[in-house]
Write a protein that binds this ligand. Structure first.
Ligand code: XBP
Ligand code: MG
Length: 257
């Protein structure tokens, strides 16, 4: 097993609890266009099974407003709705409404101090990634990531492995030298299909997902006053997921004292 050389971060649900922000932005866009569609939390939790905002809208229409899919301008209307949604979401990020999850900034700093490379593998759009990093870590943070795979840079979204394979290729690293951080079953499947060892820190929308294949499952990375609570893979001596614990998991030494 080569040493751990890179952390591959998912974004939504992993770096930040963004999905309610996305949900509100979708609803604002629907209102802007005069639709009375409303995605409440239970419905959105179901719709999250479909990755990618445009595909999610299309999936919702197929189930709730199939007549829309028969229109010649359906795809352009979906693209317009998603574009307006992204405007609302980016504006919400600019308003400081969304912060990083516990331990994310700490782990990024640890990795950088130890020379472990960073990458992002997400289904959301590049604009959303840029807005989240700039509004939480500062504009310089975009340069900390050697590869950012976002949105349509690949043909098949999660749970397909494409976005992780794109990142591995950009980094020039084998999957065995990397470790992925994900929040959802789709993200875990994508990373595992690319051969990348994966730690899951679930979010409120994904806590009941099937995380089979993850090397560890917790409710967050944890930090000082907000310890991580482990569903599996935990080490009783640890209350946070740090580089030491990630290396132990990566090298198969976790739980061996
Ligand atoms: C989660 C997704 C995204 C977001 C919405 O991405 O599936 O579609 O829910 O963002 P991640 P867009 O891989 O980071 O968990 O509307 O930009 O798709
Ligand atoms: Mg996610």
């Amino acid at each position: 097993m080569p040493p751990l050389q890179a952390l591959l971060f998912d974004v939504d649900g992993t770096m930040a609890d963004t999905e309610d922000g996305h949900r509100r932005a979708f609803n604002q866009a629907f209102r802007d266009f005069g639709y009375d569609w409303l995605w409440d939390r239970p419905l959105y939790g179901q719709l999250l099974a479909v990755t990618g905002g445009r595909a999610r809208i299309r999936h919702y229409l197929a189930g709730s407003h199939p007549e829309m899919l028969d229109r010649d301008d359906c795809e352009s209307r979906i693209a317009e709705l998603h574009g307006r949604k992204t405007e609302h979401y980016v504006a919400a990020l600019g308003g400081g409404g969304i912060t990083l999850r516990p331990g994310v900034e700490r782990l990024i700093s640890e990795a950088r101090e130890q020379g472990v490379r960073l990458a992002i593998a997400t289904t959301t759009t590049p604009l959303n990634v840029q807005a989240l990093l700039e509004n939480t870590l500062g504009r310089q943070a975009l340069d900390w990531f050697d590869a950012i795979a976002a949105g349509d840079c690949v043909e098949h979204l999660k749970p397909a492995p494409d976005v992780y394979l794109w990142v591995l290729d950009k980094l020039g690293l084998p999957a065995a030298a990397c470790l992925a951080l994900e929040d959802s079953a789709n993200g875990l499947k994508a990373a595992r299909a690319a051969g990348v060892m994966t730690v899951v820190t679930h979010c409120p929308y994904t806590r009941d997902h099937d995380f089979g294949g993850a090397i560890a499952i917790a409710d967050s990375l944890g930090d000082g006053d907000r310890p991580a609570h482990f569903d599996s893979g935990g080490n009783s001596a640890k209350t946070v997921i740090d580089m030491d614990l990630l290396r132990r998991w990566h090298d198969g030494r976790a739980g061996k004292g």
